[in-house]
Design a protein around this ligand. Structure first.
Ligand code: FAD
Length: 403
């Protein structure tokens, strides 16, 4: 049988799960190329932890580490810019061209600031390694240079990331203030949301419980509030100015710009996601999976992983020439969203509970998610060290050594 060429684009949840599934697939029949614009896998569920004192490695994991036991994958660091579906060719920013028999596009979302003036310039984000460094450096620089806490710390967007981050900041800022020998009694953390409740995608009960929890942690939750403008000194929300130089934007994402650039090759739903058939494909050779695909629960890591597991089975059937190809059946995801130490809100369909058991479930879900990408041995290593702390700030480092 002639060897086919599979191109997987994107080293995120969907792309890396598929790479993992294909690890044992006979490479004599399938040549696999992984293309990504970064050389890491971002475990986004742990980014808020890496932003608040934990080791960066739990959220940003080098591909070389993940792929070290997978010699048949060729990795290319490139940004793809065009696809010619008629000729089955993908082109990159640096002018490389790749011919494929099958392609899987798993490009994920990008940040959107909804055109709000100043937000793109002055706010912080925690999605990438460099954004994490930038944010953490800012927190410590303020303590060193101003010798005081910021007037307020503002997290925009009360979705899962906003909730997790605002809750984690309540203890992290106090810890670093103490290391800098500064008082933290005036700490103000605001969580700002345009909709009328926190966790707008969860059900009302989950939302209410989370609101109570955040209030207990002394996070000021500001609902029905529209961010209008940011300057270096303040954030304007519903006409009022909040003095601050710390704003973290977690509110908006939009579909990967690659699709807009290639819009003649795809069809879109009203939210800009790519319409796929029952096999998550746009034609006989190209799959679109993860956050970019118009599937019922797209936008979650769990869905991206589930898409990839399906593609693995579907591809195998195609390569075998099987006539039986069952359609994709979306998995109803369970969510466990943490807010502070040993507390999370768990939801599966309309069943909701909160507390330490939900937090434990979340921790187990992290282990399973790591294993989906790199197998249990490496996953366990990463998971077991996930509570370790890491600081680049000299003052905090010195305090680590002393304690
Ligand atoms: C801060 C944060 C926290 C989150 N927490 C959770 C959570 O706790 N649980 C949960 O289920 N979901 C969570 N999510 C959502 C989850 O991260 C996404 O649903 C998931 O990452 C989608 O997987 P994906 O493979 O589609 O895209 P991604 O994981 O985003 O991967 C996309 C990959 O494609 C690469 N890429 C992009 N464009 C190009 C290009 N043109 N050329 C080459 N490569 C390219 C990117 O660098 C990346 O490697 C969170 C998201 C964020 C931002």
């Amino acid at each position: 049988m002639k060897q086919k060429h599979l191109i997987i684009v994107g080293s995120g949840w969907a792309g890396m799960k598929l790479v993992r599934e294909l690890k044992k697939y006979p490479h004599e029949t399938l040549k696999i190329t992984l293309i990504s614009d970064i050389t890491t896998f971002r475990y986004s569920a742990a980014l808020y932890r890496a932003a608040t004192g934990n080791k960066e490695h739990e959220a940003i994991i080098p591909l070389s580490e993940i792929l070290s036991d997978n010699p048949h994958i060729s990795f290319v660091k490139e940004t793809i810019t065009h696809i010619n579906r008629a000729k089955k060719v993908i082109s990159t920013k640096d002018g490389m061209k790749f011919h494929y028999d099958y392609a899987v596009l798993a490009l994920g979302m990008v940040t959107s600031y909804f055109g709000i003036p100043g937000i793109d310039q002055y706010s912080y984000s925690i999605k990438t390694a460099s954004e994490l460094h930038h944010f953490r450096a800012h927190l410590h620089r303020e303590l060193i240079e101003d010798k005081t806490l910021d007037k307020s710390y503002n997290v925009i967007g009360a979705g899962p990331t906003g909730v997790e981050l605002a809750a984690a900041l309540t203890s992290y800022i106090k810890i670093i203030a103490k290391k800098h020998k500064l008082p933290s009694s005036k700490l103000k953390i605001n969580l700002i949301e345009a909709q009328k409740r926190v966790l707008p995608i969860s059900n009302e009960k989950a939302s209410k419980k989370t609101l109570q929890r955040l209030r207990k942690l002394k996070v000021k939750v500001m609902l029905n509030q529209k961010v209008e403008l940011q300057t270096p000194d303040y954030l304007q929300v519903n006409g009022a100015q909040i003095p601050t130089s710390t704003v973290i934007w977690t509110a908006g994402v939009t579909n990967n710009p690659f699709y807009k650039k290639n819009e003649a090759q795809f069809s879109f739903n009203p939210r800009g996601k790519v319409i796929v058939n029952q096999h998550l494909m746009v034609d006989d050779a190209v799959y679109v999976i993860g956050d970019n695909a118009d599937t019922p629960y797209s936008g979650l890591g769990l869905t991206a992983v589930d898409n990839a597991a399906f593609v693995f089975k579907d591809l195998k059937r195609q390569l075998r020439g099987s006539k039986r190809r069952p359609p994709y059946k979306p998995l109803v995801p369970a969510t466990a969203i943490p807010a502070g130490k040993k507390w999370a809100v768990f939801q599966y369909r309309n069943f909701v509970f909160t507390g330490p058991i939900a937090s434990f479930i979340r921790s187990m879900a992290d282990l399973i998610a790591y294993a989906d990408i790199m197998g249990y041995k490496k996953a366990l290593r990463t998971w077991l060290t996930s509570e370790e702390k890491e600081e680049k700030c000299q003052v905090c480092k010195a305090s680590f050594t002393r304690s």
